[in-house]
Write a protein that binds this ligand. Structure first.
Ligand code: COA
Length: 342
């Protein structure tokens, strides 16, 4: 290890992304399938969101959140040429763990045969993976942990209402898991250059999942049919997202003293293609610098960012030294970024 000494005896080290993996459920839910379930059309969905199909997990067990998460980690371990026993910690960013106890990360640890490593969940809604990158980076850069697996996994389709009443929300979401393994390196040029994490708790009522009468915001009638179903104010979230997205990129670039063109790749939460295009136009980015897969997978919540990362790594690779800006926003409300030099 190299670098200056930190309080407590640990040494500051570089952090690299040693491997990535992802896992999608088998079943596709196309716009044509949705037309058979609710009053909608392929044209409406594509025009408003850019989504053509998404994956929906088998909710009877074989594709539970922890199983998708574990498979994404197995694939990441394979690309990192690492054994599960090498992991010092497993963090799962999710808002759809199958049970509130145990943590999904513990189920994952057992399934992959990890040793007695640390394992815990982090709920930052759609920001979970990006917040997790900042947290996991801190654990490794501080010198106390060498190998941390960070997974974003969600199966939010369990909480959808696929009837006319839920049509503006149900068309958006899909299920997936993605993973990145963060590893200590002596090269201190690698790791996070700038980051941000924000929230506005007053905006909780724009996306929530009620299960009790008192969960409904003031002025919204209690409706038991909505229990366990995502309630989203699409128009309000859209407005929040467009503005926040640009501000977040500006803020992070300013912290790093970089220009938009200095970034090699933008990996952004896939919430709506129009929101992504608006950011691309605002910063004058060429198409190949802002990765988009929402047409094939929809909005996969905390899995969205690591799924994009893994697809990029596998399809075109990411060169050593590349600058990659991860950006997300979501329920909470939350928003955050993580700018890396690989
Ligand atoms: N198919 C056809 N029509 C639909 C529809 C569907 N699936 N869903 C809603 N509509 C209708 C509405 O009933 C409404 O009809 P009306 O004008 O006759 O009342 C009309 O389309 C407009 O509805 P609205 O909800 O205002 O649509 P919108 O243009 O805001 O688009 C979203 C809805 C959800 C696509 C859009 O608001 C959005 O993408 N928001 C951001 C969501 C997001 O990113 N969430 C995740 C955050 S991490």
């Amino acid at each position: 290890m190299s670098g200056p000494h930190q309080p407590g005896g640990a040494q500051r080290v570089g952090v690299r992304i040693a491997g990535t993996g992802s896992c999608l459920p088998e079943r596709k839910l196309t716009n044509a399938d949705l037309v058979n379930m609710m009053e909608t059309s392929d044209e409406w969905i594509v025009q408003r969101t850019g989504i053509r199909e998404r994956r929906i997990a088998d909710h009877t067990g074989p594709e539970s959140t922890d199983k998708l998460a574990a498979e994404s980690l197995r694939r990441a371990l394979a690309t990192a040429h690492m054994d599960a026993k090498d992991l010092d910690a497993i963090i799962v960013a999710t808002m759809t763990g199958e049970m509130s106890c145990p943590p999904t990360a513990c189920l994952v640890a057992a399934q992959i045969g990890a040793g007695a490593c640390g394992a815990f969940d982090l709920n930052g809604a759609c920001c979970g993976f990006v917040f997790g990158l900042n947290v996991a980076h801190g654990l490794v850069a501080g010198g106390a942990y060498r190998n941390v697996a960070l997974i974003g996994a969600d199966t939010l389709t369990r909480y959808m209402d696929y009837s006319d009443a839920g049509r503006s929300t149900a068309i958006i979401f899909g299920d997936a898991a993605g993973c990145a393994i963060l590893r200590a390196t002596d090269d201190t040029s690698k790791g996070i250059i700038a980051q941000s994490m924000h929230s506005d708790g007053a905006g909780w009522k724009e996306i929530y999942v009620p299960t009790q009468p008192f969960h409904f915001p003031e002025g919204v009638p209690v409706d038991a049919c909505k229990y366990g179903r995502v309630q989203m104010n699409g128009a309000a979230v859209f407005k929040f997202a467009v503005g926040t997205f640009s501000n977040l990129i500006d803020e992070t670039l300013q912290k790093a003293r970089l220009k938009p063109s200095d970034i090699d790749l933008y990996i952004c939460h896939q919430s709506n293609q129009r929101i992504l295009h608006a950011a691309r136009d605002r910063f004058g980015l060429p198409e190949n610098k802002l990765y988009i897969n929402i047409d094939r997978v929809g909005n996969t919540v905390a899995a969205s960012v690591p799924l994009c990362l893994d697809e990029v790594v596998r399809s075109r690779g990411l060169p050593e030294g590349a600058k990659v800006l991860f950006v997300a926003f979501g329920g909470g409300l939350t928003w955050g970024s993580s700018l890396w030099q690989l």
